[in-house]
Design a protein around this ligand. Structure first.
Ligand code: SF4
Ligand code: SF4
Length: 427
């Protein structure tokens, strides 16, 4: 079994939710749909305040270039297009829709026996983006013009606590395999490999029994960040993505398990991307599990549905390695929101950073072969050219360096900041 070097082994903590079947999430009275839930330009609203919309109706159209359509997850009335707080701390434009609880729908027509071009067009029309967290518009990713011979399906789900992909593989196996076939059709890949960490033995067995021929399952060693693109492609195909290049440069395209399921739903059910499965977990969650959550649901509604008890010390959106601490429950879910964690004191580390002791553990842990401590030093000196020379742009934000640092330094955040500044200043 091929596997990447370095990385870490954090406690999985998946037992809190991995045996819970996917259930219905809360029915929000209002949704706030961010116009930017994806990589690329924000979508452009096509509705006006006062207008009634149905579930599944287009409310914002993709902008020119890289962007994605946005659909309403509820039936109701558009109240406003205005700035609303996001997890980054910045206000960004959202469409607010008030639910009339009629649940009237307006889905896309189902595609009967579509070819690759029709599937690709449907993926774009349905506003599907990478649902593993990256948010890259999927149609753009799959439009590789025959340069990829293998589709790598990410079922690694290496982040602690998160189990939504695991449950999808168990409960929607047939739909998932059909979604994978549609994705193969769209990108022209001759075969697909589903990479699954070995801690999900039941999913490996089920999918191995169901697939065959041009779709296979590759059990992967349980090690974080096994689901990162470079590491996953290597584990599933043995191919190395050259530095600064994309998976397609190694003949591969990567889609996440949830993304493949969304492709199936868009093509065969005519359902655009307006909801997703989210994991709710943590020792302070009242009800751990996996739920279908409508895009734009305020975190307050999720918290009311299954949220934190009196022991809740921290709320995290996403996983504990790559997620963000929640500072306001007004923030709303998006296409990329995979989980909401309610953590008690025993699950949170209170960090007071001290001086680097030069132990080198961050270097040993970085799966991208970087020297996070040197990049941080360059950032503090405001020498962004040096940070770039140390490879800051290759950082995948996995958090391994912060996780292992005995001085509790905020290394991942520093490298992320350096990367942002290098990009903004075009250094
Ligand atoms: S520098 Fe980036 S890629 Fe390397 S361990 Fe830290 S967060 Fe991960
Ligand atoms: S792990 Fe922490 S203490 Fe060790 S070299 Fe890296 S920054 Fe310094």
């Amino acid at each position: 079994m091929k596997t990447f070097t370095k990385g870490v082994h954090p406690a999985g903590c998946k037992d809190l939710s991995e045996r819970e079947k996917i259930g219905a999430g809360p029915e929000p009275a209002h949704v706030w749909l961010a116009l930017s839930q994806h990589i690329g330009a924000p979508a452009v609203p096509v509705v006006e305040p006062g207008q009634r919309v149905l579930r599944g109706q287009l409310v914002a159209k993709k902008a020119e270039g890289l962007s994605a359509n946005i659909y309403s997850p509820i039936a109701g009335v558009v109240k406003e297009v205005a700035g609303h707080i996001t997890i980054s701390g910045k206000k960004k434009d959202h469409i607010r829709i008030e639910n009339d609880f009629t649940d009237e729908e307006m889905l896309l027509p189902r595609l009967a026996e579509p070819d690759g071009a029709a599937v690709l067009a449907r993926i774009e029309e349905a506003g599907i983006v990478g649902m593993g967290g990256a948010g890259f518009p999927t149609a753009a990713k799959l439009a590789v013009g025959g340069r990829a011979d293998v589709l790598v399906v990410n079922g690694a789900e290496c982040e602690p606590y998160i189990t939504c992909d695991h449950r999808i593989m168990l409960e929607y196996a047939d739909d998932l395999l059909r979604g994978i076939r549609f994705a193969m059709l769209a990108c022209g890949a001759k075969r697909a490999v589903i990479g699954i960490e070995k801690n999900k033995r039941d999913a490996i067995e089920l999918l191995s029994a169901k697939c065959g021929g041009d779709i296979s399952v590759r059990p992967l060693r349980t090690r974080y960040p096994q689901g990162a693109e470079k590491q996953l492609v290597y584990g599933c195909t043995g191919r190395t993505i050259p530095e600064g290049k994309l998976p397609v440069d190694a003949g591969a395209v990567v889609v996440n398990v949830h993304t493949a399921l969304s492709i199936f739903r868009a093509v065969e059910l005519g359902e655009p991307c307006y909801r997703r499965v989210m994991t709710v977990s943590g020792k302070a969650a009242k009800k751990c599990g996996n739920f279908w959550v409508k895009n734009g649901t305020p975190l307050r509604d999720l918290a009311g549905f299954c949220g934190g008890d009196e022991n809740c010390a921290r709320i995290v959106c996403g996983g504990p390695m790559m997620g963000d601490a929640v500072f306001s429950l007004k923030i709303c879910t998006a296409k990329t929101s995979s989980s909401l964690l309610f953590l008690d004191e025993s699950e949170c580390e209170s960090k007071v950073a001290s001086v680097c002791i030069g132990c080198g553990r961050c270097v040993q842990a970085c799966p991208m072969g970087l020297s996070p401590t040197f990049i941080e030093e360059a950032l503090f000196k405001k020498d962004y050219a040096e940070a770039k020379r140390y490879g800051a742009l290759a950082c995948i934000g996995c958090g391994c360096c912060s996780y292992v640092c005995p001085a509790k330094r905020f290394l991942a955040q520093s490298v992320k900041l350096a990367k942002k500044i290098i990009g903004e200043r075009k250094i």
